[in-house]
Write a protein that binds this ligand. Structure first.
Ligand SMILES: [Fe+2]
Length: 279
């Protein structure tokens, strides 16, 4: 696994590998993403403590709602609004015949307003700060992308004030991945505009780059950033949605993988799809 932060101390930017470009070189982030479908975006230095709090908050929430072992949406208002709130998943088929086994929570800004969640104000305060930071980073990134790829007009669709309600922070806790399970999350492409992997407690993400499955290391100082299908559509196929999966990298261990993902969406697109279609 390469040292993904070694780039930060070098004078010569290298955008030819999937490593974090030097700070202040968002132009290189865009070039990497155009070349590989994945790159890194630097985030505010104190974000790690927010992420740890948000992750711990989810564990407390799970303990509070109990383990019914069934799929449900917490705070659901519309019959088709199944990807809001807590989603408890059991038995999601994976390509190797085993199954995803995870709980995840979809935080949206609008959840703050729901009476059912009032006792989780502090947790949601932290989630809001994280999602705000995702949005700030993505709007900078998309503005630079627009400069380098001006054939289509899409940057205004990611304007921070305009798109609040379409964005999602997903906190995932997988449950006791079996040591013989090779695939933790089966191969897929994101449906959102820009997908950020904020954090993971174990490595395991890998992506299809030039026809090869390539491990993509996370970074404590950067978001992993990749294009989803919505951005592919907006850019007239100039950017390919990143084809990725999560594999089990610790052979003899029973691993409880946890991760956090931000889905940042362009204005005016309704991506509230059924959960089995939403990645
Ligand atoms: Fe994904």
């Amino acid at each position: 696994m390469p040292n993904v932060d070694s780039q930060l101390d070098t004078d010569t930017p290298d955008w030819t590998k999937v490593v974090p470009p030097p700070l202040g070189r968002i132009d290189l982030t865009v070039r990497q993403l155009l070349k590989f479908g994945v790159s890194y975006l630097p985030h505010r230095p104190d974000l790690g403590s927010f992420i740890a709090e948000a992750d711990a908050g989810f564990e407390r929430f799970l303990a509070h709602v109990g383990d019914g072992g069934r799929e449900f949406a917490y705070g659901r208002e519309r019959p088709d609004d199944v990807d809001t709130g807590l989603i408890r998943r059991r038995g999601d088929p994976a390509v190797d015949g085993h199954y995803d086994n995870k709980d995840y929570f979809h935080f949206r800004y609008e959840l703050e307003q729901r009476p059912a969640f009032h006792e989780y104000k502090e947790w949601f305060f932290v989630c809001t700060a994280i999602l705000d930071e995702c949005r700030r980073c993505v709007s900078e990134f998309v503005a630079e992308l627009q400069r380098q790829l001006p054939t289509h007009k899409y940057a205004h669709l990611f304007c921070r004030e305009e798109t609040r309600n379409d964005d999602v922070l997903r906190i995932i806790h997988y449950r006791q991945t079996r040591p013989d399970t090779k695939i933790i999350a089966r191969r897929h492409r994101g449906r959102a505009g820009v997908v950020l992997q904020l954090w993971e407690n174990y490595p395991g993400l890998q992506g299809l780059i030039d026809g090869h499955w390539t491990p993509i290391a996370s970074s404590p100082t950067h978001f992993l950033c990749f294009a989803g299908l919505k951005l592919t559509q907006l850019t007239g196929n100039a950017i390919h949605a990143f084809d990725h999966e999560v594999i089990h990298v610790r052979d003899a261990e029973l691993v409880q993988r946890r991760s956090m993902i931000g889905f940042i969406n362009p204005l005016g697109t309704d991506l509230r799809l059924p959960t089995h279609n939403y990645y």
